[in-house]
Design a protein. Structure first.
Length: 300
């Protein structure tokens, strides 16, 4: 069986096409479109313009799957639709426009599915999973491969940028405001942040940070581990970026120039809170977890 899974996120809308055969799963194709749905939220509601952006992307993905002869297309949404006041109306508008039903994941469900997917690439059997998205951050503490606790913070790289950053890169005052917002959420959700030496990082912000470290610190491109000290060095390097640094950043992550610093601030704040030594960027995450748990699991 081949199928397409769409992650309707706050910053990006991603399509992953998987081949499932004989109990094995392989990724055939991955596409992403930077839709920035969080930027279309006004007075707590996703505007009609935002709904139309989502529908246009979903139609593009549906046409791609049709051309490839792949029928099942599963769509799920996270903080992009979970954290708005008009969720039901938006889900219905998408269904009416595209014929697609959106599966809305709760924060805890998203966290658990992220863990189910990231588990495929986790080397450490105990630690903390941190999934930084555009509109939320999921935390999962695990030991011996089992979940001990899970929660979702309503702060992500894009909505933090929209709330606190006046230009492309946050000022010193804006950085402090972002850190304060993350700490407030950690306290509000009573996040389980006892010492975790190793963090498994999930999401585009973590992958972009790892790519930036590899390029700027002359590390192998295949390196997927960031030390806590390297995260602080990146934040220092990007504090007052000169033309050369900005040029490098545009080459590394052109679609995340505005969100990489907020994402790094989230990661650094969490690392400090649990005294983490390093972060490993996982190649897998919520889409793989959704496939294995909600699609293949239900079929079994």
């Amino acid at each position: 069986m081949n199928c397409g899974i769409v992650d309707l996120g706050s910053n990006t809308i991603r399509l992953s096409i998987f081949k499932c055969e004989g109990g094995e799963v392989s990724l055939l194709l991955h596409r992403k479109i930077m839709a920035g749905l969080a930027s279309y939220v006004q007075s707590g509601m996703l505007t009609n313009s935002g709904v139309q952006v989502a529908c246009r992307v979903l139609k593009v993905y549906r046409a791609l799957l049709d051309n490839l002869g792949i029928e099942p297309m599963y769509v799920f949404a996270t903080a992009s639709l979970r954290n708005i006041a008009n969720t039901a109306e938006v889900v219905e508008a998408i269904r009416a426009e595209t014929g697609l039903t959106v599966d809305l994941l709760s924060g805890e469900e998203e966290a658990r599915l992220s863990f189910d997917g990231a588990l495929l690439g986790i080397q450490h059997t105990s630690g903390l999973l941190v999934d930084i998205g555009g509109g939320s951050t999921e935390l999962v503490r695990y030991s011996d491969g089992e979940i001990l606790s899970a929660c979702s913070l309503s702060v992500g790289s894009l909505n933090l940028f929209d709330r606190y950053v006046s230009w492309i890169h946050p000022t010193g005052t804006e950085r402090k405001a972002i850190r304060s917002a993350v700490r407030t959420q950690l306290e509000h959700e009573k996040a389980d942040l006892h010492r975790a030496e190793h963090i498994c990082g999930v999401g585009g912000s973590v992958r972009a940070a790892c790519k930036a470290a590899n390029r700027l610190f002359n590390r192998p491109a295949s390196c997927r581990v960031l030390s806590a000290s390297e995260i602080k060095l990146l934040l220092k390097r990007f504090k007052n970026p000169d033309r050369t640094t900005l040029s490098e950043l545009l080459k590394i992550a052109p679609d995340r120039v505005h969100t990489i610093i907020p994402g790094l601030l989230v990661l650094d704040t969490i690392c400090s809170a649990c005294s983490a030594a390093d972060v490993t960027a996982s190649a897998c995450g919520v889409r793989e977890g959704y496939l294995r748990t909600k699609i293949l699991g239900e079929m079994q």
